[in-house]
Design a protein around this ligand. Structure first.
Ligand code: PLP
Length: 407
């Protein structure tokens, strides 16, 4: 491993691990007969999109910018969901996205016709209208428009409200009562809809998906059964590449839904694609002694791993243990001025010296995409490591990247 040969701080994307994840996902999609998309929100290092595109069906986006990135750099199926779209963006979104998913009947009624006309036009040009994807054999003229609604099955399977779209008062997804109200108010616009979407999981196993699907079927089964509904997108949060994930259960859930409702199934995981496929290499700049020993690193939780403070969670660190587990314990912090910019307390077998390098693991997801230059901190360089262990520089940042956003 070339952790000593890169400047600090640097992210290193581990392509060997990325490929292992992608092999697993490809196998699942083949055996389940579903399509899997990269949720770019978690990982948008597009230097790897050509690789990812060899294994997955495409990408999904949370808005125009991610949708453009997916189209430009992967160029496969391109999907988008946003809680709301802007008038000046919707036409471009419709042109570059195969599926446009709305979060309310009001949004559907506002934009459904615009998207439908653009997609219909594209279908006519490519002859896609009588395409094989029309799995229900519908003769409906408005089939295959790639327009969906996000539903909220109101089935919480996790404790953390910040990551639970089914929490009370959630804005994400249409509840059954709103759905029924929407249908009576905007029934015409519903004719454009050919798919449903739900996203309710976060780092979860397939037993939680099973539970969620039960709620989806109970509440929305009658809509899923409609001939016009051709696809069901089961969102992300499926931790498919984690060692203890029950993939057989996932596959049987998908097969069951496909058979029962005659729909195409999509999954759009983010985390699972680049899980454990990256590192953040950092250096000890100073050691402060204030009852306990505090390492001042050139990496920051606030700037470079914000989920540590937001989730919060403790990032895995190579060759370390819990506080007091090994002989030498330190608090790991950064050189921002934020007192709470603390990564956590870790212990080591040997004493740490100024200049030592520390390697955080599982740093490919929700890290680069969330970076910021708060306090004038430099963005870490991005490297990619190939299967032989060789690293190559993808991108280096400097003062200009800090300055250009500020005036
Ligand atoms: C965040 C998100 C994903 C990806 O979630 P992961 O937890 O990274 O798998 C997929 N779809 C939607 C709509 C999302 O908001």
């Amino acid at each position: 491993m070339e952790f000593n040969n890169v400047p600090t701080p640097s992210y290193i994307i581990d392509e060997k691990k990325l490929k292992e994840n992608l092999e697993i996902l490809k196998d699942v999609s083949k055996r389940a007969g579903c399509k899997i998309l990269l949720a770019q929100k978690a990982f948008s290092a597009f230097c790897e999109y050509p690789l990812i595109g060899k294994y997955l069906a495409g990408a999904t986006a949370s808005g125009l910018f991610e949708a453009k990135l997916g189209q430009e750099e992967m160029g496969l199926e391109n999907h988008v969901f946003s809680p709301a779209y802007k008038e000046d963006e919707i036409e471009e979104i419709a042109r570059i996205c195969d599926h446009v998913i709305f979060n309310s009947f009001a949004q559907l009624s506002k934009y459904g016709k615009i998207v439908a006309d653009i997609h219909q036009d594209q279908n006519d040009k490519s002859g896609r209208i009588e395409g094989a994807t029309d799995s229900k054999g519908s003769t409906n003229e408005t089939s295959n428009l790639g327009i969906g609604l996000r539903i909220n099955p109101e089935c919480s399977t996790q404790e953390d409200a910040i990551y639970d779209p089914c929490a009370p008062g959630s804005r994400l997804g249409i509840t059954l009562s709103s759905f029924e109200k929407g249908l009576s108010e905007y029934g015409d616009a519903f004719n454009y809809v050919d798919g449903l979407h739900f996203h309710t999981l976060c780092e979860q196993n397939s037993d939680d998906l099973e539970k969620t699907l039960k709620a989806v079927e109970e509440k929305f089964g009658k809509y899923l059964s409609l001939p016009q509904i051709k696809w069901l997108n089961m969102g992300g949060g499926h931790h498919i590449t984690r060692a203890d994930y029950d993939r057989e259960k996932l596959i049987s859930c998908i097969k069951n839904i496909k058979e029962k409702y005659n729909v195409e199934v999509y999954l759009e995981p983010g985390e699972a694609i680049a899980l454990n496929a990256g590192y953040l290499v950092t250096q000890v700049l100073d050691i402060v002694d204030n009852d306990l020993k505090i390492l001042v690193l050139d990496a920051s939780a606030a700037c470079h791993m914000p989920d540590v403070l937001e989730m919060p969670y403790r990032p895995p660190l190579r060759d370390s243990g819990e506080a007091s587990e090994k002989k030498y314990t330190y608090r790991l912090s950064s050189c921002t001025c934020l007192a709470g910019d603390i990564i956590g307390d870790y212990s080591f077998d040997k004493e740490i010296q100024i200049g030592d390098r520390l390697v955080f693991e599982d740093m490919a997801i929700y890290s680069m995409v969330k970076n910021n230059t708060f306090n004038g901190m430099c963005l870490p360089s991005i490297y990619a490591m190939d299967e032989t262990g060789d690293v190559r520089l993808i991108k280096k940042f400097g003062y200009e990247d800090f300055k250009m956003r500020l005036s």
